[in-house]
Design a protein around this ligand. Structure first.
Ligand code: ADP
Length: 213
C-alpha cells in the first residue's frame, strides 16, 4: 500500500467531503495550479483511493478501504490461522471414522501412513457414500474410500488465506490439509494443520469487527 504525502491526504479529504469535484475546483481550494496538482491526482487515482469520471470529476472510492482491509486479512499466513488436524491411521474402519468425526466435531479426517505422512482425506460425503449399501462398516477400511495422494490439494503454512480460499472454491472442497514437504520427496508431506471455510469466515469476521472499532 502506498503511503500518501501530506498534500495527497489533503486532496483525498477534499474529494471525500465535496466529491464529485473537478480538478480545477480542487486546485482552487488548495490555491495551486491544475498542473501542480496533476501528479498527486494521478497517484490517488491509480492507487484506487479516488475514481475519476469524465465530465463529472473526482469522487472518493468508498470500497477502497473495505477492499484494502479485506486484502490485509486474506494476505495473512495460513500458519497463523491453521487449526489442529484430526488424524487417523489409514487402516481404521469406516465405522470408527464416523465415530471419530462426531467425537472431534469436524467435517474431515486426515489419514496418515505408517511413516506419519499424509495418505488420504476422508470427508462427510465419503463416509455417507460408503455407508450406502455397505452393511459391515466395521470391516471396511477407510483407505478404500478416501481421496488419496497424489489427488490431495494441499497448502503450505507460508501461503496466504487468499490462496487457501481460492483452492477451496476452485476445487469444490471444504478444507485443506496444511503440510510441509519432506526434503524433496515428491507427494510426501507432513501434516501440520488444517484450514477450513470456517477459517476464512472467521478472518472475515475479525476484519469486520476491527473495522467497526
Ligand atoms: P463434504 O464431503 O462434507 O462435502 P468436501 O466438500 O470437503 O466435504 O469433500 C468433497 C470430496 O472432496 C470428498 O470426496 C473428499 O474426499 C474430497 N476432498 C476433500 N478435501 C480435499 C482435498 N484437500 N484434496 C482433494 N480432495 C479433497
Amino acid at each position: 500500500m502506498i503511503k500518501l504525502s501530506k498534500r495527497q491526504d489533503e486532496i483525498l479529504e477534499i474529494v471525500k467531503q465535496n466529491g464529485p469535484i473537478t480538478g480545477k475546483e480542487i486546485a482552487d481550494k488548495l490555491s495551486l495550479s491544475r498542473a501542480a496538482l496533476r501528479p498527486d491526482l494521478a497517484i490517488l487515482t491509480m492507487s484506487g483511493n479516488i475514481d475519476a469520471r469524465p465530465r463529472v470529476g473526482y469522487f472518493y472510492n468508498e470500497n477502497f478501504k473495505v477492499k484494502r482491509t479485506a486484502e490485509k486479512y486474506l494476505q495473512q499466513k495460513v500458519n497463523n490461522y491453521k487449526a489442529h488436524p484430526i488424524v487417523v491411521g489409514k487402516s481404521i474402519s469406516v465405522y470408527d471414522a464416523i465415530v471419530q468425526l462426531f467425537l472431534e466435531d469436524v467435517g474431515t479426517l486426515y489419514a496418515v501412513n505408517s511413516e506419519g505422512h499424509l495418505a488420504g482425506v476422508i470427508s462427510r460425503k465419503d463416509l455417507l457414500r460408503a455407508s450406502l449399501g455397505n452393511s459391515n462398516l466395521s470391516e471396511l477400511p477407510v483407505s478404500v474410500i478416501m481421496t488419496r495422494m497424489p489427488n490431495i490439494i494441499t497448502i503450505s503454512p507460508e501461503e496466504s488465506l487468499l490462496e487457501a480460499a481460492k483452492k477451496m472454491i476452485q476445487n469444490h472442497i471444504d478444507s485443506l490439509p496444511v503440510v510441509r514437504d519432506v526434503d524433496g520427496q515428491e507427494n510426501t508431506y507432513l501434516l501440520v494443520g488444517r484450514i477450513t471455510k470456517t477459517t476464512i469466515t472467521r478472518a472475515y469476521l475479525e476484519m469486520m469487527e476491527e473495522k467497526s472499532d
